[in-house]
Design a binder for this molecule. Structure first.
Ligand code: ATP
Ligand code: MG
Length: 412
């Protein structure tokens, strides 16, 4: 697309209330717009990034047998009373009354809603297992919504829920979700730590968090420098380890961002909501239940926290809103042809065709952070200068070669 048409323009000033890097750069570069504390619109660039994140997660959830659905955001009080969470989760749930005095909540999570679907639609062990997921909005009354898109009062999440006939089948699936999460985060380019944690208002069992190491993170984790072992602060301080309990390796402490969380619930929820199936011998039994979340908008913020420099964001090819940024400077020849050759190969190109100075174009390009930058000018003649965001080296290519290089990079 032509940058003259891209909404909005970048801003010279950083937002004055920005306390975190993701807030500063995502607003300045035009990815998001803040409505109020913890409430963000995703603008064209931001929505592109979140769609890229969403698609990777969707593919990995489908690969382990998840089926995509969409659940409502407005919930009756009664369903939350069944598990006692109307009272227990009062602080985080937005609750209100309509004009006829009926009480509702806005979705802060969907365990109860999912289990209601299940109990109305299963009969026997032959109907199990089932794993359903959706990408949708969560509302949470977060007391400190100060970390940009990392902590919204309204945000996007992928949440999957699964029910199983036996503990064994549940355990098998839980491990497959863990692997699928690791694969999804790896595809996105993250190095994540699977961290053992306590379950908060969700469960008394230990849960597993997926943590990205980042200076700007609100969480603290302790991890082994030799193996995969990692525990969150709450549990680590209770156990008081001096070295890794698994391999005796050195333990390090780091700020981190929780990008995903998986919860084994056992049969506690299905007992409260009476979600049963009939087993082979004709006996009625409670289903085994788990839930699995990834905050897709938080993932965007986490990437920015972990991958930026003084000039702006540094995306990778997987998450970037565009495959390449084509910068047109005075005297450039046949830019339209270069653009269409790239587009013909299925590449998403942001073409800076604006009538402004070269300096401003480069500054914007670095702020927006598209990994592949192409420059055409009088100086480059019939060649195209290629540079990767975050690296210093520039190199000249023929049109044919750069198109091939970028295409190969994308399909790799
Ligand atoms: P936190 O401890 O950071 O508040 P949580 O344990 O409440 O997170 P979950 O309920 O497990 O989070 O939600 C699943 C995922 O949703 C989290 O791993 C995170 O990526 C995302 N998430 C949770 N709360 C928020 C929020 N307020 N804004 C944006 N994303 C969030
Ligand atoms: Mg929370």
């Amino acid at each position: 697309m032509r940058q003259t048409n891209l909404f909005p323009k970048t801003r010279k000033e950083t937002p004055s209330d920005a306390k975190s890097v993701n807030h500063k750069y995502l607003v300045q570069a035009g990815y998001v717009n803040q409505l109020m504390a913890g409430s963000w619109s995703l603008l064209p660039l931001g929505w592109r990034v979140v769609r890229n994140i969403t698609q990777i997660i969707r593919e990995e959830m489908n690969a382990i047998g998840g089926q995509e659905i969409l659940m409502p955001l407005l919930h009756p009080k009664e369903i939350w009373n069944e598990t006692g969470r109307w009272e227990k989760a009062k602080e985080v749930m937005y609750q209100f009354e309509d004009l006829r005095h009926k009480e509702y909540a806005l979705s802060f999570t969907h365990e109860e809603i999912f289990l209601d679907i299940i109990r109305k639609n299963i009969e026997s062990y032959q109907d199990l297992p089932i794993a359903l997921y959706h990408f949708s909005t969560k509302f949470r009354n977060e007391p400190r919504a100060r970390s940009g898109v990392l902590r919204g009062r309204e945000f996007l999440m992928k949440d999957m829920y699964s029910v199983h006939a036996t503990k064994e089948d549940f355990d098998r699936f839980y491990e497959s979700v863990k692997k699928a999460y690791l694969k999804a985060f790896k595809r996105m380019g993250f190095e994540v730590r699977v961290t053992t944690a306590a379950g908060g208002v969700f469960t008394e069992n230990y849960t597993h968090e997926f943590q990205v190491l980042a200076e700007g993170g609100e969480d603290t984790i302790y991890y082994c420098t030799q193996c995969d072992w990692s525990w969150n602060k709450e549990i680590f301080e209770k156990e008081k380890y001096n070295s890794c309990p698994e391999c005796d390796g050195e333990i390090k402490k780091s700020n981190s961002i929780e990008v995903g969380n998986i919860f084994p619930f056992g049969t506690s929820y299905s007992e409260k909501m009476n979600v049963t199936y009939v087993d082979k011998s004709g006996k009625s039994k409670y289903v085994w239940f788990g839930s699995y979340g990834i905050g897709t908008t938080r993932v965007m913020g986490a990437w920015v926290e972990a991958n930026h420099d003084k000039k702006g964001i540094i995306w990778n090819s997987q998450l970037s809103p565009f495959d390449c940024h084509l910068i047109e400077l005075p005297g450039a020849k046949e830019v339209e042809l270069t653009y269409s050759k790239l587009v013909d190969q299925g590449l998403d190109v942001l073409w800076d065709d604006r009538d402004i100075g070269a300096g401003e174009k480069f500054t914007d390009s670095e702020l927006i952070g598209i990994p592949n930058r192409l420059v055409v000018s009088e100086k480059t003649k019939d060649k195209i200068e290629y540079k990767i965001r975050g690296e210093d080296k520039e190199k000249l290519y023929s049109r044919q070669d750069i198109v091939k290089l970028l295409k190969d990079k994308k399909t790799k």
